[in-house]
Design a protein around this ligand. Structure first.
Ligand code: 5GP
Ligand code: ZN
Length: 114
């Protein structure tokens, strides 16, 4: 999609620190990490966020979670644990409107979030 930051990252128009790519997904390190491991996993299909998920496109949820699982193994996060976060809308703290899963790990994460 024109003018979408993450679509531009997928197509290399904006540089990123890529950690994984396959037919359906792309993953790269967050520019402003909040944990030692902070990776964004996105579908190549432009979907603005969780509120746009429906029966036709819900495969993307499986695709991004499968990719995140592979990265957990690559990054060695399985033994100590990790967290997936998908922010939605203003109260959820979403700032980029291309669906993305935050994969966080490498330190003890607080609960509940602030
Ligand atoms: P959100 O707040 O929408 O859940 O997450 C957006 C994330 O994208 C933030 O954690 C932010 O640091 C990250 N981000 C924003 N712009 C860029 C960028 O140009 N490159 C990378 N790698 N991450 C970005
Ligand atoms: Zn996009």
């Amino acid at each position: 999609m024109d003018n979408c930051l993450f679509c531009k990252i997928i197509y290399g128009q904006i540089p990123s620190n890529k950690v994984y790519e396959d037919e359906f997904t792309f993953a790269f390190r967050d520019i402003n990490p909040v944990a030692p491991v902070h990776i964004l996993v996105i579908p190549k299909l432009h979907i603005s966020g969780l509120t746009e998920i429906n029966h036709e496109n819900s495969d993307v949820i499986i695709q991004i979670t499968e990719t995140a699982r592979k990265i957990c193994k690559i990054e060695g996060l399985e033994s100590d644990g990790f967290r997936y976060v998908i922010n939605s809308g203003k109260y959820g703290g979403q700032t980029v409107f291309h669906l993305h899963l935050h994969l966080l790990g490498g330190r003890k994460l607080n609960w509940p979030p602030g």
